[in-house]
Ligand binder design. Structure first.
Ligand code: SF4
Length: 310
């Protein structure tokens, strides 16, 4: 289905497609992007999927429709490619909660423990951690360490969710969080259930534990999307970012997709427009550069994750 956005700019898709071909470029788009972006994207998905695509592409240019850490991760995994971020101002508020200095202080408080870092973090942070994870594989990654105690940064709620799932690993978390997911409250779930008693509640593990503990299913973006695809149920209450709701509505017109609230939107994810994508493809501005020394260590953290996630 074509988004109404492009009706007003019939040439924009053509221009982007022509440039992609001429420059051997691909466009990766995260599921929280405005849904219209999918019309020009080659790959759409969550962080794990897109990082796997970035690690094996033979394109010369990767345009990453997402936030800064995602484009930076693509650059770490594909150091010989040119990686462009359409909106250079688009950061992740969770990743920004943990600086290199804050990480060092946190590590000093808990010496000699393995550290898992959520992909929503800077390259400087990844460079100091043992292994990376995404919300799709966090449980598997923590388990793979085979330890009874681990550190987890920067998302406290994802870390605590993993601790609860595993049951035999103490997960000591840094107090970072996603301000978008934290807007969802248990009361919102109770209200939505009253209104839609047949609906299943699907929540992202970045939500507060008081929310994830009462959801019917907790999973990453891909997990939520697969759940809807496979479930025989017809109604779903979606407790994550609006982009997931928009894509589910588009892809499953015969199912009822209900957003938990109308304002669960990551403002930075919504900064990208098709014009921005065209602009960076034309000018090759907003290139992501990572310090070589930091990149060398940060990529180990990512590669360990990709190895375990195979
Ligand atoms: S939704 Fe939250 S975790 Fe995801 S990019 Fe936005 S601020 Fe970061």
């Amino acid at each position: 289905m074509k988004g109404h956005y492009f009706k007003h700019m019939p040439n924009i898709i053509d221009k982007i497609n022509t440039l992609k071909k001429a420059k051997n470029a691909i466009i990766l788009a995260h599921c929280y992007q405005p849904v219209e972006i999918d019309e020009v994207a080659d790959y759409v998905g969550d962080s794990l999927y897109l990082s796997q695509v970035a690690s094996r592409t033979d394109a010369d240019i990767i345009v990453f429709a997402g936030v800064y850490f995602m484009a930076q991760t693509a650059k770490l995994l594909s150091p010989d490619k040119k990686v462009l971020l359409p909106q250079i101002e688009a950061g992740c508020r969770m990743a920004d909660m943990l600086s290199y200095r804050q990480l060092k202080e946190f590590l000093a408080q808990h010496p000699s423990l393995p550290t898992v870092c959520y992909v929503n973090s800077t390259a400087e942070v990844k460079a100091e951690c043992d292994i990376c994870c995404t919300s799709s594989n966090a449980e598997k990654i923590v388990k793979s360490l085979g330890k009874s105690k681990v550190l987890f940064v920067p998302d406290t709620y994802l870390g605590k969710w993993v601790e609860k799932q595993l049951g035999n690993v103490e997960v000591i978390t840094y107090p970072g969080f996603c301000p978008t997911h934290l807007q969802i409250r248990p009361q919102d779930i109770e209200n939505a259930r009253k209104k839609y008693p047949n609906a299943l509640v699907l929540a992202h593990p970045e939500c507060h534990m008081s929310v994830s503990s009462i959801a019917d299913f907790v999973g990453a973006t891909s997990g939520i999307m697969n759940f809807v695809a496979k479930s025989k149920n017809k109604e779903f209450i979606i407790a994550t970012e609006q982009g997931v709701v928009d894509r589910l509505k588009r892809d499953y017109p015969n199912k009822t997709i209900i957003p938990i609230k109308n304002n669960i939107i990551c403002p930075n994810m919504k900064m990208t427009s098709p014009e921005d994508i065209l602009h960076v493809l034309e000018t090759e501005e907003n290139e992501i550069i990572v310090d070589e020394e930091i990149a060398k260590r940060a990529v180990n953290c990512l590669n360990r994750m990709l190895e375990v996630s195979k």
